[in-house]
Design a protein around this ligand. Sequence first.
Ligand code: PEP
Length: 469
Amino acid sequence: MTAERRTKIVATIGPASTREDLLSSLIEAGMDGARLNFSHGTHEEHGESARLVRAAQAAMGRPIALIADLQGPKVRIGDLPAPVELREGEAVVVADQDAARGDDLPVAPGVLAGAAHAGCDILIDDGLVRLRVERVEGARAFSRVVTGGVVNPHKGVNLPGVSLPVPSLTEKDLADLDFALGLGIDYVAQSFVRSRADVALLRAKLERAGSEAWVIAKIELQEAVAALPDILEEADAVMIARGDLGVEVGVAEVPLLQKQIILSALERGKPAITATQMLESMIARPEPTRAEASDVANAILDGTSAVMLSAETAVGRYPVEAVETMAEIARAVEPSLGYRHQLPAAAEAPTVGRAMSNAACDLAEALSAKAILVPTFTGKTASAVARLRPQRPIVALTHVLGSLQHMALEWGVTPLEIEESTDVDDLWRRSIDAAREAGIVSEGDRVVLTAGTAVNIPGSTNVIKVDTA
Ligand code: PEP
């Protein structure tokens, strides 16, 4: 079987990686997606990162998915004249910025009025400080310190399980989105998604702007976990944003939720990205801890499509080593992954594309084909094949640059560019030629192709062909 890596790797771009030679090294090491994190950095810095990613992509000849990760409605502590030390058992008032008085801890945007209630917790700085609300008067929450610590200005604030009255896209998000679309991004990662409607709102904005960008819904709120099936209907992909998710649901709940979210995404043929603290110690050291190596391996065994690096590549000392480490772990683990062949369930609404993908994977296995070739317009057929996790390499072929870059994040898919075809025979021939030129198949190898006879019409997959390269 192939020794190619199947799990994709996303690296967050920051000061430690914004150099063309470094980005080329990251691509060589295995980076498939580059994430611009709009919670940090200026437009000028992200613009430069995007330009350098595209330059490195051209130099290395491999499509890279460029992801703009919007900050979302993150609640934060406001300005403080000095850090505030809170001791267990002490009384403290947390107040919406406009309503804060005296020594109140201000939060922005204002979310407490009408949302906070007696008994709910307010977590500050990723849960390092925990307060319990005893009563609420207007926009002021009279609270008791459960876990003490020092509160610094602008630290993140979470109210687990509380539905906050904030728009899903803030003024900052809209300005960042507008800027990011000008950079030609392939994906927008939406933070603090609560519902399908939140994702639909972003999608409507993308459509209005004429953008082909796909939406990654970040699952980091209890509300999002509860609404996951609906969110998966609307989103193109999901991210298990374990940082905020751990604060919201408690760290002990994260491992099982990770498995459930990945499985739900797999069942719908949508990529899932597992994120945050995967190789955290590599920010400062060239070797991961054994626990981190196991974490990456287990996410892969859970079926994740991609694993993500955050500070490791954005500000860490060993960005290239971090990507290499992920790639090495993936190659070591993937041979143990099971093939997800499925018999169509009787109750499932029959879709031709899904049934064709199933059959194509079965044929490839039964015939020991060298590869499954998927000429595709949007990349959706390649996703449908990838969800079955076939052992044979999946090669997706398209003339649409945006689709190549979308498919860079799809598990097991090698995206290759071909020229536009006018008829289906031409499409088969171009596809086989491209797979041969890329060295994935050799002359005489058996291949299975699946595509639509209505060339260039999305969603028309209706043929499976067994051929010889
Ligand atoms: C997370 O919370 O895990 C995450 C990926 O989001 P961010 O890095 O934007 O906090």
